[in-house]
Design a protein around this ligand. Structure first.
Ligand code: CAA
Ligand code: NAD
Length: 391
């Protein structure tokens, strides 16, 4: 097996900078590449801040870790001496396919291309690259240094050796909050495990967002409905992930899973106005005073009574059952564990084992109320047979 030393991280945004930071901390030589110097500089600034914070805590030597970093705005030349590329460019299929092709055409004959796509087909990304067997998925969660989960995804053409190397690299990356959890994804289906299971929650959230806008309910009241039971309320989380990413992701599910994934009007309008959430300083919320100020506001807000966490759990259980039906994961324990490691919230199967009958009925009602038939319970959930599929 190839000994991985040189990692190229493509895209210096929110995710790429985090992936580069943990790769440097693992001891790899890292080249961070973007299309323009100003994007590279922004990513480097974030990495420096993170590494210096850790040095102040006595956890590492900043100069040593930062000495591992090189940058470039020319992928074709930067990839020449690289063992693995972890790609975190924007969520657009044509861009991902193009960069994969450039990597395979210009990199060494052993180079691996691992995509951090949130949703899209790894098989399709690698298909026309000239070396589909060396393409796979490595899906991280935001923020990369703090979220434990990495999903490693096999495309239809991914070779065993590519998959094994990607698993090894994923396992080697440190996490600042507990032990990394690496989830092998057995089948290349939209959204893989964690995002797929959470995907239809966006249908429900989107419906709530548009209703709240119509009734002029402030966003902090929607987040107050989560009552501190989620690490971030739904509006805060959408801003944190990036509203443009939310639209790209929902559009992809609309094409691949169901037309019910039409992005909510409010989110489309915010994106059209250039308000993408935390990364532009404005989305649902004004981020100029930082995340803490928003959290304080939601703590003081009166709950709107519009976003119900039990509905969310039922939706998660239903989609988790679809993941089992499709053979994406081998059993429900992996799904629950990956959700905890990727979102810091419990998966639905623990509670779902005792509540599936009641929750199936609840979903029938919710599908009627919202007009979104994708929310109807699937056969595996309605029958309760998933309870026999733990491992
Ligand atoms: N380098 C070094 N230190 C860092 C750092 C970095 N890059 N980033 C943060 N830290 C430090 C902070 O400075 C802080 O240090 P102190 O405790 O000394 O102050 C520490 O790490 C903890 O950071 P926070 O205070 O920001 O952490 P928190 O307790 O407020 O929790 C959170 C933050 C973990 C993000 C939590 O709010 C959470 O779990 N939110 C949910 C996030 C989530 O759901 N993510 C998944 C989104 S979906 C996705 O990613 C998939 C997709 O494809 C779209
Ligand atoms: P971002 O907008 O913060 O960063 C994307 C970066 O890619 C930008 O700096 C952009 O200039 C750069 N870029 C665009 N085209 C490029 C190209 N051809 N070559 C090199 N760089 C290019 O986005 P992000 O939130 O970091 O997301 C990146 C990827 O990670 C997306 O596929 C997204 O779906 C996925 N992802 C995002 C999250 C999240 O919570 N934001 C979580 C997991 C996965």
């Amino acid at each position: 097996m190839v000994d991985i030393k040189n990692v190229l991280v493509l895209g210096a945004g929110l995710m790429g900078s985090g992936i580069a930071q943990v790769s440097m901390m693992a001891g790899y030589n890292v080249t961070l590449v973007d299309v323009e110097q100003r994007f590279v500089d922004k990513g480097v600034k974030g990495i420096e801040e993170g590494v210096k914070k850790l040095e102040a805590k006595g956890q590492l030597n900043a100069a040593e870790v930062l000495g591992k970093l090189k940058t470039s705005i020319d992928l074709a030349s930067a990839v020449k001496n690289v063992d693995i590329v972890i790609e975190a460019v924007i969520e657009k299929m044509e861009v991902k396919k193009q960069v994969c092709k450039t990597v395979m055409a210009n990199g060494p004959s052993h180079v691996i291309f691992a995509s951090n796509t949130s949703t899209m087909s790894i098989t399709e990304i690698g298909k026309d690259s000239g070396a589909p067997e060396r393409a796979c998925g490595m899906h991280f969660f935001n923020p990369v240094p703090l979220m434990r989960c990495i999903e490693v995804i096999r495309g239809a053409s991914t070779s065993d050796s590519t998959f094994e190397i990607a698993m090894k690299v994923a396992e080697s990356l440190p996490c600042l909050r507990g032990k990394r959890y690496i989830a092998p994804v057995l089948k290349d289906r939209p959204g893989f495990i964690v995002n797929r299971m959470n995907a239809p929650v966006q249908i429900y959230m989107g419906w709530v967002f548009d209703q709240a806008r119509e009734k002029q309910i402030p966003w902090e009241r929607i987040d107050a409905d989560a009552g501190g039971k989620m690490p971030m309320g739904p509006c805060l989380l959408a801003d944190y992930v990036g509203l443009d990413t939310m639209v790209h992701v929902m559009n992809y599910y609309k094409e691949t899973l169901s037309s019910d994934f039409e992005p909510p009007k409010i989110v489309k309008d915010l994106v059209a106005a250039g308000n993408l959430g935390a990364k532009t300083g404005k989305g649902f919320y004004d981020w100029s005073k930082g995340r803490e100020a928003i959290v304080e506001k939601t703590k003081k807000a009166e709950p709107a009574g519009m976003f119900d966490l039990v509905n969310t759990m039922a939706i998660l259980l239903n989609e988790g059952c679809r993941i089992l039906e499709e053979g994406v994961a081998s059993g429900f324990k992996i799904i629950d564990d990956a959700n905890m490691a990727g979102m810091n919230t419990p998966g639905p199967f623990g509670a779902g084992k005792n509540n599936w009958q009641e929750w199936s009925k609840l979903l029938e009602d919710l599908a009627k109320k919202t007009g979104k038939s994708y929310l109807k319970p699937c056969d595996l959930m309605k029958s309760g047979k998933f309870t026999e599929m733990r491992k």
